[in-house]
Design a protein around this ligand. Structure first.
Ligand SMILES: NC(=O)c1ccc[n+]([C@@H]2O[C@H](COP(=O)([O-])OP(=O)(O)OC[C@H]3O[C@@H](n4cnc5c(N)ncnc54)[C@H](OP(=O)(O)O)[C@@H]3O)[C@@H](O)[C@H]2O)c1
Length: 280
């Protein structure tokens, strides 16, 4: 078994995947922004698996300096890496206006697009040196509701308009596009994506949601699968052979992404912009 990083591994699907992979004998490092939540998650995983092969590094993924520092600490502490799972995401419906990071970036875009891109670029050499290096980027089934969606290059950083939902789906489309671009650029690393459907959320994590939205989430949870069940797909794609495709659903079946994700000129344009931004 090898070494793995999972971002946002302190809650939800990321936590369950980290636990399953530790159970299977992997050394798992959680990249988390909150020390207390990270410590608690590591202690729970150790207690539930009987293994000490889990640790954490603090990383605020909305802050590119923090992402760089965390990657450096990881490489100093662990030396090698087999799998990176870019799982964390920022999606809070109670946020009504764009929040700017200290780099001057809109926070959802920074967390959901730029951070996974920067992290994978910083760790790519380690992944290329692994026997079977893999990256998993986490997408959303909600994108299927917008089959004709395309990336709005004029609003990547919410320059024109902002809504947390629209921004989230634009971010998830961008993540698919950068993954497809990196697949061609780095053929020695397996770069794939997972499409997550409705998965039960811990509503207590969103105290600022309106009562109406809390009710909507409760109703949605009746149609949702559990985080444990979804994590099994992460675990399979991270650790088992036989998955050569790009995008997989909750049944580990290969599916097609939105057609605009395959536009090579768009992928290149996006990654050119991201390359400039990570030089901030
Ligand atoms: N749940 C669903 O129905 C659903 C549907 C489609 C796609 N997905 C995708 O599935 C993935 C996992 O979602 P989930 O349902 O497991 O959500 P979750 O329980 O809310 O987990 C999100 C994780 O991301 C972390 N995170 C957010 N912003 C961060 C930042 N700036 N720096 C570091 N960590 C940060 C959170 O940390 P904190 O604990 O510190 O907040 C948390 O650990 C996400 O990519 C999500 O978009 C989920």
């Amino acid at each position: 078994m090898g070494k793995m990083i999972i971002t946002g591994g302190n809650s939800g699907i990321g936590y369950q995947a980290a636990k399953q992979l530790v159970q299977k004998g992997w050394q798992v490092t959680l990249f988390c922004r909150n020390e207390e939540r990270a410590k608690t998650a590591c202690q729970k995983i150790s207690a539930e698996t009987g293994s000490q092969q889990v640790d954490y590094i603090l990383a605020d993924l909305s802050d590119m300096a923090s992402v760089r520092a965390a990657a450096t600490v990881y490489l100093e502490n662990h030396g090698s890496l087999d799998v990176l799972i870019n799982n964390a995401a920022d999606f809070d419906l109670s946020v009504k206006k764009p929040v700017l990071t200290r780099d001057g970036l809109e926070k959802q875009f920074a967390t959901n697009v730029l951070a996974p891109y920067l992290l994978s670029e910083l760790l790519m050499l380690a992944l290329e040196n692994a026997d079977d290096g893999r990256i998993l980027n986490i997408s959303s089934k909600g994108l299927a509701v917008f089959p004709k969606i395309s990336l709005d290059f004029n609003n990547l950083n919410s320059e024109k308009t902002y809504s947390p939902t629209k921004t989230y789906y634009q971010n998830k489309l961008a993540l698919l596009m950068l993954s497809l671009y990196q697949r061609e650029k780095y053929p020695n690393v397996s770069i794939q994506a997972i499409r997550v459907p409705n998965v039960k959320l811990d509503i207590s994590r969103y105290p600022n949601l309106s009562p109406l939205m809390k009710t909507v989430y409760k109703l949605k949870s009746l149609l949702s699968i559990s985080a444990e069940e979804m994590a099994e797909v992460y675990t399979a794609l991270a650790s088992e052979p036989g998955f050569d495709g790009f995008l997989y659903d909750e049944h580990c079946r290969e599916i097609r992404a939105n057609s605009s994700a395959y536009d090579k000129a768009g992928q290149e344009r996006l990654c050119c912009i991201l390359d400039k931004l990570i030089q901030l």
